[in-house]
Design a protein around this ligand. Structure first.
Ligand code: OAD
Length: 236
């Protein structure tokens, strides 16, 4: 049962929170979208034209995720649960928030550790190990695809994510360039009384977002400090 006296914190995270775990971001220099074209690996057309390449791309991501460990940033976010009601809304497809101990994590862009049927979106499975192959099939006999939201697809978790953000007392935006919509639009629907923080080495003020403190820094260094401050200031 939720303790309603506790303040509600929503953490909205992006690739930068996992950067210090050795997982590449997308748009920084040397990022994933410099090495791979989105249209080759992250669209329904890519899957239709070359499922081998798409499967291989996400196999590599899954393998890397399994070899990685949560960093100080993920761990600090998990620690918030000792004092607050916390929902993590992440654009990341890795499971490092969960492995750090966060218990309420919404994945807007899907999850590497899951696969799903290519003919029925409701058939979702845990991937056993890191590798999907052409022989990985759903119970209907169709090929399994990565459980990832590709460009041009619906983002089914937007509805619960929006609901969470609209109820937030505190919003922490961390490690995201805020370039991809509809996800990035979430930061604009938080209540005006909600206290907001943006933690990222490239963080700036965000137009249309009030009550925002900009913290320019790495998540692994800045998040533990911010979490200590929040616990002192707003903890129960
Ligand atoms: P981006 O690659 O666009 O942005 C990464 C952000 O992380 C940048 O703002 C960096 O400054 C910041 N950053 C780098 N190192 C950091 C650190 N140590 N601590 C904190 N921040 C750091 O990644 P996202 O904003 O997550 O979607 O990208 C959003 C979506 O675009 C992804 O979910 C993915 C991608 O295309 C899909 O694939 C659907």
């Amino acid at each position: 049962m939720k303790d309603t006296n506790r303040k509600k914190i929503v953490v909205f995270s992006g690739a930068g929170i996992s950067a210090e775990s050795g997982i590449k971001t997308f748009r920084d220099s040397g990022g994933l979208w410099e090495e791979h074209r989105i249209e080759d690996v992250a669209t329904p057309e890519a899957w239709f034209n070359n499922p081998e390449l798409v499967t291989m791309f996400y196999n590599q991501r899954r393998k890397q995720m399994m070899e990685a460990h949560p960093n100080e940033g993920h761990l600090a976010i998990a620690k918030l649960e000792s004092q607050f009601q916390v929902t993590v809304v992440t654009q990341n497809v890795d499971d490092l928030h969960e492995r750090a101990g966060s218990t309420d994590v919404l994945h807007l862009h899907g999850e590497l550790r899951k696969s799903r049927s290519s003919v029925d979106n409701s058939l979702v499975y845990e991937v056993d190990g890191w590798e999907l192959t052409a022989d990985s099939k759903c119970e209907l006999g169709s090929r399994l695809r990565p459980h990832i939201v590709w460009f041009g697809e619906q983002v089914p978790m937007m509805a619960p994510a929006s609901e969470g953000v609209m109820q937030a007392d505190i919003l922490i935006i961390v490690g995201t360039s805020l370039e991809v919509y509809p996800a990035a639009g979430l930061v604009r629907i938080a209540p005006s009384k909600c206290v907001k923080y943006y933690v990222d080495p490239k963080a700036t003020q965000i137009s249309g977002v009030n009550n925002l403190e900009v913290i320019q820094g790495r998540a692994g260094e800045a998040m533990p400090k911010l979490v200590e401050q929040l616990i002192k200031q707003y903890g129960c």
